[in-house]
Structures are given as structure tokens and as C-alpha cells.
Design a protein around this ligand. Structure first.
Ligand SMILES: NC(=O)c1ccc[n+]([C@@H]2O[C@H](COP(=O)([O-])OP(=O)(O)OC[C@H]3O[C@@H](n4cnc5c(N)ncnc54)[C@H](O)[C@@H]3O)[C@@H](O)[C@H]2O)c1
Ligand SMILES: O=P(O)(O)OC[C@H](O)CO
Length: 319
């Protein structure tokens, strides 16, 4: 929608012929963003070759679990001059790889040339042209600026950042904290608890991110604090909603079925739990979430465990 509004002809690839037909016929996306008109220069297709023919820019935004498969399908048709951007928030579950790594492997491109777009940006608001700010990160400044120019509009403001690791880690891990924020609200806890989760969640994100090579300042930016705030507080957040449903004892499988859309925080909790071990960093909120999601621990016990941890310093934990 943003790109079409900027005057580009946009081909929207989907694997579902029925969904593509519905969007082209009704000029709305009834399944995911009902009731909002799609720009006339946006055309949906299930034909990957058609979607990528002559493309100046290809935006990959499949769920993290599908990214490798989608990239594999795209690889034969991606032209050399096409800028690759992704907006997916998560790790590959089996390998713990970041999305730029997965894309680089499947598309036979250097990871440095790929751009990640992230930040506080719920689709429901963007499609209604509500003011939104995001960041595009790439090791290649020219590539980041090319993406910035393509997406920047009167209601969609885009900043560049060279820190791909920081932006990808922040975008992925905030979904875990949002699940926790939903749980906290669902348990009836108040604003103090939410603020605690956001702040100590940011400490966890920063700790893992810096261990993986990120610039700590990225976590104070749009991909860090910005996305953490929006995902932990917005009515639109699927991760927050899933967390609030878990609070009343609804089993995880049922929550995911009822959501009907990707809840990245669930798989990311598993991945982050592994990454914390690999990089030897403490991620207590993630560990408790893991125990609730995958080891039948009760949310109330998880809170008791977090509050009962040994006393410690605030700042030293950031190191
Ligand atoms: N929705 C948002 O506001 C938003 C904002 C920023 C980033 N993201 C990120 O974008 C990614 C996708 O989220 P979404 O909101 O579009 O999810 P969604 O669940 O609303 O839609 C996912 C789409 O991917 C398709 N899909 C699922 N598995 C597939 C596969 N194996 N092959 C091909 N297509 C497949 C589904 O059919 C659906 O069309 C996530 O990583 C999410 O964190 C979403
Ligand atoms: O709806 P969520 O929880 O997947 O969050 C969507 C975006 O990541 C918000 O920036």
C-alpha cells in the first residue's frame, strides 16, 4: 500500500489463488485488513515469475517459518538489479539464523546487500495512512537509502541504520515480551507490571543483541523501544492478544488456532531460549515464558519466579 501510494506498480505475491482473486476483484484484503480499499496500482498474483519480472525492489514478508521456502521459490526469478528488503520478525527455528542470513543463502546474494525494514508498524494503521516511523538497516548504506527513498511518504517516515543485527534481534525478541505483556494484563496486573516487563525486557533484548554483535544504541531506537512499546500496548498486536488468552488457561494450540494469524513470539521464545544458552546471556523473562509455553508452568508461578530472583544491580545486568 505504501509503495503503491508512492507511484510504484506493486505485484503482491500470495500462495492462495482464492485470496489473490478476492483482492483483485474487490480491491480490498478481506481476510487480513478488511474494509480498507487497496490502491489501484496493486495487483495480487500467485505467479512468482510475474511478481518479480523487472522488479526494482522485492519485499519479503512471509512468516519466519516460511521465509526459506518462499525465498527458494523466488530465487530463480529474482533479477540481479532487484533490491532485496525484508520485514519479517523472527529467527529460523531449526538453525536460529536471522532472516538476512536465510535470504542471503537462498537468493545467492551477500547478506550485506540485503535491507531489513522494522519498527513500530501495525499493518492495520499503515493501510489507513496513519503516521508511522520505521527503520531500514543494511551494511550497504546505498541499499538502505534506496529502500528509504522507495518507502518514505507523508505518513510513513523511514530512517536508516547500519546495524542489521540489532534491528533484526530487536524486532524478533520484542514479540516475546509482548506475549508476556498480554499475559500480565490477562492476569489482571497493572501498569507497574507492564512497565517492568517493557524495561527489563529491553535489558534482555540488549543483552542478547550486543552479545550477537549489535550496537546497543539501536535498542533505544525505533526497532527497539519503539516496537517494544507498540507491541506491548497496542490492541492490534497478535502477540499481546495471544498472551492475554494464555492467562486464563487457554491451551497454546487453541490460542494459535483462534488467532488464525502468525504469532511470531511463540517460535521466537524457543529460539531465544537456545540463543541465550549459545551466547551465555541471562534472559529470565524469556526463560519463564518458555516454561509457560512449552513446559506447562503456570503464568502465576512464572511471575513468582521472576519477582523472587536473587537481588541484583540494574545497570550491571545490561553488560
Ligand atoms: N502485521 C503487521 O502489522 C506486521 C508488521 C511488521 C512486521 N510483521 C511481520 O511480518 C511477518 C508476517 O506477518 P503477517 O502479519 O503478514 O502475518 P499473517 O499471519 O497476517 O499473514 C501471513 C501470510 O503468509 C502466508 N503464509 C504462511 N505460510 C506460508 C508459506 N509456507 N508459504 C507462503 N506463504 C505463507 C499466509 O497465507 C498469509 O498470507 C511476521 O514476521 C510479522 O512479525 C507484521
Ligand atoms: O501483531 P504483532 O504482535 O505480530 O506485531 C506486529 C508488528 O511487529 C508491530 O510492529
Amino acid at each position: 500500500s505504501v509503495l503503491a501510494g508512492n507511484g510504484y506498480d506493486v505485484q503482491l505475491w500470495t500462495r492462495s489463488a482464492e485470496h489473490a482473486e478476492q483482492m483483485n476483484r474487490a480491491r480490498t484484503n478481506e481476510k487480513y485488513l478488511p474494509g480498507v480499499a487497496l490502491p489501484s496500482s496493486l495487483h495480487a498474483t500467485t505467479d512468482m515469475q510475474e511478481a518479480l519480472r523487472g522488479a526494482g525492489l522485492a519485499l519479503f514478508v512471509a512468516p519466519s517459518s516460511a521465509m526459506r521456502a518462499v525465498a527458494k521459490q523466488a530465487a530463480p526469478y529474482l533479477e540481479d538489479g532487484t533490491l532485496v528488503v525484508h520485514a519479517t520478525k523472527g529467527f529460523e527455528a531449526e538453525t536460529l539464523k536471522r532472516m538476512t542470513t536465510v535470504l542471503s543463502e537462498e537468493l545467492n546474494r551477500s547478506a550485506e546487500s540485503i535491507v531489513v525494514l522494522s519498527g513500530p508498524s501495525h499493518a492495520e494503521e499503515v493501510i489507513r495512512k496513519q503516521p508511522t516511523t520505521v527503520v531500514v538497516a543494511s551494511a550497504d548504506l546505498q541499499a538502505a537509502e534506496q529502500a528509504q527513498d522507495a518507502f518514505m511518504s507523508t505518513y510513513f517516515r523511514v530512517y536508516t541504520n547500519p546495524d542489521v543485527v540489532g534491528v533484526e534481534v530487536a524486532g524478533a525478541i520484542k514479540n516475546i515480551i509482548a506475549l508476556g505483556a498480554g499475559l500480565s494484563d490477562g492476569l489482571g496486573f497493572g501498569d507497574n507490571a507492564k512497565a517492568a516487563l517493557l524495561t527489563r525486557g529491553l535489558a534482555e533484548i540488549s543483552r542478547l543483541g550486543t552479545a550477537m554483535g549489535a550496537n546497543p544504541l539501536t535498542f533505544a531506537g525505533l526497532a527497539g523501544v519503539g516496537d517494544l512499546v507498540v507491541t506491548c500496548t497496542s490492541q492490534h498486536s497478535r502477540n499481546w492478544r495471544a498472551g492475554s488468552m494464555l492467562a486464563d488457561g487457554t491451551p497454546l494450540e487453541e490460542v494459535l488456532e483462534r488467532m488464525g494469524m502468525v504469532v511470531e513470539g511463540v517460535r521466537t521464545t524457543r529460539a531465544a531460549n537456545e540463543l541465550a544458552k549459545q551466547y551465555d546471556v541471562q534472559m529470565p523473562i524469556t526463560a519463564e515464558l518458555y516454561s509457560v509455553l512449552f513446559a506447562n508452568n503456570s503464568p502465576k508461578d512464572a511471575v513468582l519466579n521472576l519477582m523472587g530472583r536473587l537481588k541484583t544491580h540494574e545497570i550491571e545486568q545490561l553488560g
